[in-house]
Structure formats: C-alpha cells, structure tokens
Design a protein around this ligand. Structure first.
Ligand code: NAP
Length: 218
C-alpha cells in the first residue's frame, strides 16, 4: 500500500542565544516552543561574536558550544549549529537566518526563538527589513515580565513587515545565566538549575570564577 505523506508545511525553530551557560530555562523554552508551534526540530545556535557585547563579557565560543551540545544530547529533536562560531567578525542574526533559509529553501517555516528582552532591541539589529521578513519570531518571557514595551514594537513590526512575533511564557526562565555565573563566582550551588554535565563542564574548565574541583574529584 502506498503511504501518502502528510503534506503540511515543516516548521523548524532556530534557538538563538549566548548560552553562557545554557540552563534548564533554555531547554524548557525550546521544548515548549516545539510543542506549541508544532515544530519538527529545534536548532540551537550559540552566538559567535555578539555585536552588542564586549569580548571579555562572554566565554569562549567553543565552551558555550560544547555546553550546549552536552545539554541537548538526550533530545533527538534538538540539534546544535556551529554556523555563528565559524563566521568571521561580529555575528548578526540576519546572516544566520539567510544561512538557514538557503539550507531549508521555501518549503520550511522558520521561527527564531529567543528572550523577549533581546527582541526588545530588534530595531537596533543589522538589516532590519531582511531580518524581519525572513521568519517568524518567538519571544520567551520570564514570570512577571511586563509586555507593555514589547507590545508596541510587535504592532509596529506587524504593520511594517507583516511579521508575526509570538509570546511564550516560560516559568522555568526564572533561571538565568547571569544568576548562574554569579552563583559560581560566589561559591553558591547551581545544582538543578542546569544539566549535570554542564555543571561538570563549568567545574572542569573553571568557568565563571574559581574552579570547583572538589565537585569533580570527590
Ligand atoms: P541577551 O541580551 O544576553 O539576553 C536577553 C535576555 O533574553 C536574557 O534575559 C536572556 O536570559 C534571555 N535569552 C537569551 N536567549 C534566550 C533563549 N534562546 N531562550 C530564552 N531566553 C533567552 O541576549 P543574547 O543571548 O545576547 O541574544 C539573543 C539572540 O539575539 C542571539 O541569537 C543573538 O545573536 C541575537 N542578537 C542579534 C543581534 C544582531 O543581529 N545585531 C543583536 C542582539 C542579539 P539568559 O541570560 O538566561 O539567557
């Protein structure tokens, strides 16, 4: 018997972030977006050289990439891309989306997923017209996030470019990379905020402060 394939449009999520480090808030966001928008796969894209951050503010790309691989390894629908890490110079989202558009052609709908606070600044990103016409966007919000500022921006974007920007409220985003880095620096626990393999990687490489060798050796 011939199997007739469901010919619905495929959807892929592009999960952009610095992931310094990746934590359960990011993983829950990705899985929630996948379920909510019926996406086939989520591709995590650790940022290369973020144009809006100084080099000293961000850990090495290779460390952030490896932590992202460790965190996503058990989910068959999660992949990690090196596209921004391998690009020369500052990395802009518009170029990343062009790369993925070339890879998937027009038969796939792309969704760029990231934090709502990042999307708040979207009009300062490179090549706004191309950026906003290349895909839909998912703005992940933390508990208590006030949508007021972003609502205005979303309306303007929809009017000018017809782009959809969706909210996704993620309670697990109470976890933040900034808080994790501060915890490591001050010797407070980070257990249960991120996958154990990532915790071990941070300890092994001595990221974010003094190496926590005791965790690994004893
Ligand atoms: P950020 O300013 O470090 O983060 C802003 C907020 O969003 C933080 O609260 C952050 O929480 C959260 N966040 C970041 N990525 C997230 C994700 N994937 N899911 C859920 N929450 C997330 O933002 P960023 O990480 O540097 O940038 C986010 C994305 O926007 C990246 O892909 C970056 O390349 C892109 N971007 C592009 C341009 C440009 O093209 N010119 C400019 C700025 C940003 P955590 O700290 O806990 O992650």
């Amino acid at each position: 018997m011939k199997v007739i394939k469901d010919n619905k449009i495929r959807r892929i999520g592009i999960m952009g972030g610095t992931f310094d480090p990746i934590h359960y808030g990011h993983l829950v966001t990705a899985e929630a977006a996948r379920a909510e928008f019926d996406m086939e796969d989520i591709i995590f894209v650790p940022s290369g050289r973020p144009p809006h951050k100084h080099e000293y503010e961000v850990s090495e790309g290779e460390d952030r990439y490896l932590m992202t691989v460790l965190a996503t390894i058990t989910n068959l629908n999660f992949q990690v891309s090196r596209t921004e890490l391998e690009r020369e110079g500052p990395t802009y989202t518009v170029d990343t989306l062009i790369d993925f558009r070339k890879k998937y052609k027009d038969d796939v709908e792309l969704y760029f997923i990231t934090g709502a606070d990042a999307i708040l600044e979207i009009f300062t990103w490179k090549d706004v017209p191309n950026l906003l016409s290349s895909c839909s966007f998912v703005a992940a919000t933390r508990p208590g996030y006030s949508r007021e500022k972003l609502n205005g921006i979303i309306d303007t974007i929809r009017e000018r470019y017809g782009t959809n920007i969706y909210y996704l409220n993620v309670p697990a985003l109470a976890i933040s990379s900034t808080d994790i880095r501060e915890r490591v620096r001050s010797g407070r626990p980070i257990k249960y905020l991120l996958p154990e393999a990532v915790e071990d990687y941070i300890a092994k490489k001595g990221l974010y402060g003094e190496p926590m060798r005791t965790r690994l050796n004893g």
